[in-house]
Ligand binder design. Structure first.
Ligand SMILES: [Zn+2]
Ligand SMILES: [Zn+2]
Length: 1024
């Protein structure tokens, strides 16, 4: 590299990725191999062509032909009328088997020299076949007599314009005793000299944003255009994406550092909003759109779609201007925003960033109006849409801390500010840690502000609650555990429930877990003597009952836990006030009395007295409910959740007289407004609005740094599993070669040797991703037995992986072992990986078939190449129609993925789902509305029955209340209302039954209240 500027790590990564890909493709095609001991048709998956007679003789359908095709081709739209002339170049090789007594009896298969023939073609509208003799002679000349092929040209005129399909077909006779393989290998087709016009990808509503040109379509191959007018088949389709830049304005970028905004947010944010206004005027005004309409030849439909989009864009600008106005004029909002910036700045120290990206702060500006006008603004669900770029969690956290400070400033001294929920087990420990880290920053800032009397943010320390299903952390800890209950001395206690990876205050990793019997708390302790916290146990609660006792500032958890609202009266702390406070130190808030909690205190055998609440009851309910991965709330899970969301809203209204603002994050734009309406019965609003052109908006613009190299593979003749094994094998073999022979590889790949260690770390762990558990497990297993490399360490990361194992794997990935041989080499993962696993060392991925949804594709592949160029092999299950279609336009699929995101199937009007949710809804009303109103304990059926009679509450009245709560009160919902009435009547009859053996209310009625929203099959499609 002498005489040149030293190669950067980025450039080295790019060169290495190119080299890796070359090696994988070579392994798939057989490049560079001269002899084999096994049949080539059982090994290679790229570049091969089966023989036509055999393929056609098999099952006579498209699917079989895609699985082991006998032809590759390119489809064109000729620019001129026939006759058409062109030069077609065919390249191929054959493999031939020697007799037993040949020169190398152990490796009897040998590869012939290359065939490369230029065939001149002139064809009229009837098409024809060309070059058969020329190719036959060429194969004979390289030692494969009998192999045959031809160029076949079909003209299809059933479209508006004629289309020309140029194919290379393997016409070899079927295999016979002496010719054991009739395939052709390393095939390639090149067409030059034909004038063409591009195809137009099918129009979609917002097509004014997109370039829809497709120069030519491949048949069983990708198409490259190496020079103008030259089309060449490629075995794989490669799409290189680039990193975005986050400022796209000719104006100077304002300083959005945490420090600057903490000092004085208004000037910089004014500059930001002014720049946005200028951009919107330049791109979205009537005259700007009229110009594009004329220049780009828009249809009236395209113009109308652009006009509609412009309305949304200017509404967004208006929201940002309102937010800015509030920062300038509302003292509490400004102060909260400043303190938040101080806190985020503290927690970002040493992490390589000190400022917001413009879109992050843009979202905050657009959302803060709800603080000033909650009643008006909670009508809207604000959805953050992140198709590109990271920083979603930080954006939530910014809003969350602003709200927490605002709550304190306006007299909320304790209680939950936000309940943040992730679907299923998609909440990772890393994600939780980020919440803990910023809350620690906020707590230090809060303490300091109180001490210096700069802001009135007195009250309980900011704290975090971790509310997940029993598989993660315990619901409660009991003195004498029975069954699967957990006690202070149960196996694994307390270490098993360590949730934090490090101390959020000092980042020291030597945390100690402890169960404090006096306080009846499962605690995280920091052992660093210089830790700034200095107050004993860290303010983190991981046991459900501790969360109810202390009502931490932010509760993060999984969505399935929402079901507890129908089972657990102490869940009321998440929608309204608790009842009292226990007089004993560290016992916390109290709830309804029960046999095991005679005074309502949740600490076993408590003798404490009850004291009144420390602040007005209506301030306890959360100000915010956050929903991450909104697009996953679909099908049954979405339907069930829609009922429970309504229940939460109803209870908060009943108990607190207000409702929470809902903020969500989604990977999907299409159909989000309807989804939000079904789920929350509120209006949807999305930020940021998509820009005027695909890949470009005020908030993002493409720059030149490489992001991910996507390689589409359509395996031929062998299974996807085989290809996955061979691909991982080639990747591992290559990276080990870098370790063993660094100078040879560096020369070959063009890499500066000083980057070798970094490359080994950054590309030494491959992810294999499967959408189903079955795929993931199979991939992990078969790799072990089928690799040519020894000692590949495989780990699995799925929803079934134990909690502490996940923690261990993440730690090993983040801080790899010193010796390469000890590291994790292959991570077999399911969608568990797609959420919050942010590891910069994951840069290569093999995907087993396209995931079910485009959103999953986008999110999953975003896990690799976070900081360095990534490499993703997408193995298409080419027998499936959808995979085959996507392979055809893979380039557009990757670049305009957001347009391929399918609308979300969801309804709240499923009667099957209603049957599941009804018991929980009725139970929640009993626990949280009827029982407190009765001023007595209604925990057994007889007492409840008596009370309902005393207040004259009939089944029909109860049923009407439930129907109203769900919004099932329209004329089209009469069947649903009938279903509710019937169920509630039966439930009343159960209560009244004198012979009942039920001791608890939850034992009445069928089925029992849901214990987890996961009790429903998440993927099962449902209908109204
Ligand atoms: Zn510490
Ligand atoms: Zn107590």
């Amino acid at each position: 590299m002498s005489g040149k500027v030293a190669q950067s790590l980025e450039e080295a990564c790019d060169a290495f990725v190119t080299w890796l890909d070359r090696r994988v493709v070579a392994a798939g095609r057989g490049d560079g191999l001269d002899r084999l001991d096994v049949a080539p048709s059982e090994t290679f998956w790229l570049g091969r062509l089966g023989c036509e007679d055999e393929v056609r003789k098999g099952t006579n359908d498209d699917r079989a032909e895609r699985l082991d095709p006998c032809a590759i081709g390119i489809r064109f739209r000729p620019a001129e009328a026939p006759p058409w002339s062109m030069t077609v170049t065919v390249r191929a090789r054959a493999w031939v088997k020697d007799p037993k007594d040949g020169p190398d009896p152990d490796r009897r298969w040998w590869r012939t020299g290359p065939v490369a023939e230029k065939i001149s073609v002139v064809t009229g509208a009837e098409g024809g076949t060309f070059g058969a003799e020329q190719l036959r002679d060429a194969f004979a000349a390289v030692g494969a007599p009998g192999r045959r092929a031809e160029v076949r040209i079909d003209v299809e005129d059933w479209h508006q314009d004629p289309e020309l399909v140029v194919q290379l077909v393997n016409t070899s006779p079927e295999k016979s005793r002496d010719r054991t393989d009739s395939h052709l290998y390393e095939t390639q087709l090149e067409v030059a000299g034909l004038r063409t016009t591009p195809f137009q990808l099918e129009a979609l509503p917002d097509s004014f944003r997109h370039d829809r040109d497709v120069p030519a379509y491949g048949l069983n191959v990708g198409v490259e255009v190496p020079a103008p007018g030259v089309f060449r088949s490629s075995d794989t389709t490669t799409v290189q994406t680039v990193r975005p830049d986050y400022w796209n304005s000719s104006r100077p970028e304002p300083t959005l550092s945490f420090e600057r905004l903490a000092a004085d947010p208004v000037p910089e944010l004014t500059a930001l909003v002014d720049a946005l206004e200028a951009y919107d005027q330049a791109h979205w005004s009537g005259s700007a759109l009229a110009t594009r309409e004329a220049v780009e030849g828009w249809t009236p439909g395209m113009r109308a779609a652009a006009d509609e989009a412009a309305v949304e864009v200017f509404a967004e600008l208006d929201r940002l201007q309102t937010g800015l106005q509030l920062l300038a004029t509302n003292r509490h909002i400004r102060q909260s925003f400043q303190l938040m910036n101080q806190a985020i700045g503290w927690s970002a120290q040493g992490r390589g960033y000190d400022a917001w990206r413009p879109f992050q702060v843009g979202f905050l500006l657009s959302a803060i109006r709800f603080l000033a006008e909650p009643a008006e603004d909670t009508k809207f669900v604000d959805t953050v849409w992140f198709a590109t770029g990271g920083g979603k969690t930080e954006t939530y956290l910014g809003l969350l801390l602003t709200t927490a400070f605002f709550d304190r400033l306006t007299g909320k001294r304790t209680g939950v500010t936000a309940w943040s929920r992730f679907p299923l087990r998609l909440l990772s420990l890393q994600q939780t840690q980020r919440f803990a880290d910023v809350l620690a920053g906020a707590e230090l800032v809060r303490r300091d502000a109180v001490a210096r009397r700069v802001a009135d943010v007195k009250g309980a320390p900011f704290s975090l609650g971790f509310l997940v299903g029993q598989a993660g952390t315990p619901n409660k800890i009991v003195p004498r555990p029975a069954g699967d209950e957990i006690g202070p001395d149960s196996p694994g206690i307390p270490d098993k429930y360590r949730v934090l990876l490090h101390c959020p205050f000092c980042r020291d990793e030597s945390l100690r877990m402890k169960f404090d019997r006096q306080r009846w708390k499962l605690e995280h302790h920091c052992t660093n003597p210089r830790c700034p916290w200095r107050r004993g146990a860290l303010p983190v609660y991981v046991v459900d009952q501790e969360i109810f006792r202390f009502l931490p500032t932010v509760v993060v958890g999984t969505l399935d836990k929402t079901a507890s609202i129908g089972l657990q009266q102490a869940m009321r702390g998440l929608v309204g006030p608790p009842l009292k406070v226990c007089s004993v130190d560290w016992h916390g808030f109290t709830y309804a009395t029960r046999a095991k909690a005679p005074n309502g205190c949740l600490v076993p055998s408590c003798q404490g007295a009850l004291q009144s609440l420390p602040m007005p009851a209506d301030r306890f309910a959360p100000s915010l409910r956050l929903q991450d991965e909104l697009h996953l709330l679909r099908d049954s899970l979405g339907a069930v959740d829609s009922h429970y969301e309504s229940l939460l809203d109803y209870l908060q209204q009943e108990l607190s007289g207000n409702r929470a603002k809902i903020v969500a994050g989604s990977a999907t734009l299409i159909g989000y407004d309807r989804q939000v309406k079904v789920l929350y019965r509120r209006e949807g609003r999305v930020f940021p609005q998509p820009g005027p052109r695909s890949g470009e908006s005020f908030w993002t613009v493409r720059k030149s740094d490489k992001l991910r190299r996507f390689v589409a593979v359509a395996p031929r003749g062998v299974t996807v599993e085989h290809v996955s094994d061979r691909t991982l094998d080639a990747l591992q073999r290559s990276v080990r070669r870098l370790a063993d022979a660094p100078s040879a590889v560096c020369t070959e790949a063009g890499i500066d040797p000083r980057h070798v260690d970094a490359l080994l770390s950054l590309y030494g762990t491959n992810v294999v991703y499967g959408s189903t558990l079955h795929d993931v497990e199979a991939a992990g297993r078969s790799l072990g037995s089928n690799s040519t490399v020894d000692g590949i360490n495989v780990e699995q990361l799925t929803g079934q992986t134990d909690f502490d194992e996940v923690r261990d794997i993440l730690e090993r990935l983040e801080k790899p072992e010193e010796e390469f041989s000890d590291r994790i080499h292959v991570l077999a993962a399911s969608s568990m990986l797609s959420h919050g696993v942010d590891i910069d060392r994951l840069n290569t991925m093999v995907m087993l078939g396209l995931p079910l949804t485009t959103a999953e594709f986008i999110q999953t592949t975003a896990r690799v190449g976070r900081r360095h160029p990534g490499l993703v092999y997408v193995l298409h299950k080419i027998g499936r129609e959808r995979d085959a279609q996507t392979f055809r336009h893979f380039d557009k699929y990757v670049r305009q993925g957001d347009r391929f995101v399918d609308a979300i199937p969801i309804t709240r009007r499923s009667r099957r789902v209603l049957a599941l949710t009804l018991p929980g809804l009725v139970s929640a009303r009993t626990l949280m509305v009827h029982e407190p109103a009765s001023r007595q304990q209604l925990s057994n059926p007889a007492k409840l029955h008596q009370y309902l009679r005393d207040v004259d509450l009939t089944p029909d009245v109860e049923a009407a209340a439930v129907a109203e709560l769900l919004g099932l009160d329209g004329p089209e919902d009469s069947l649903h209302r009938q279903q509710i009435v019937e169920w509630v009547r039966e439930w009343f009859a159960g209560l009244a039954d004198p012979t009942t053996t039920a001791r608890f209310i939850s034992e009445i009625g069928h089925p029992s209240p849901m214990r987890s929203l996961r009790d429903v099959e998440a993927q099962a499609p449902i209908h109204d």
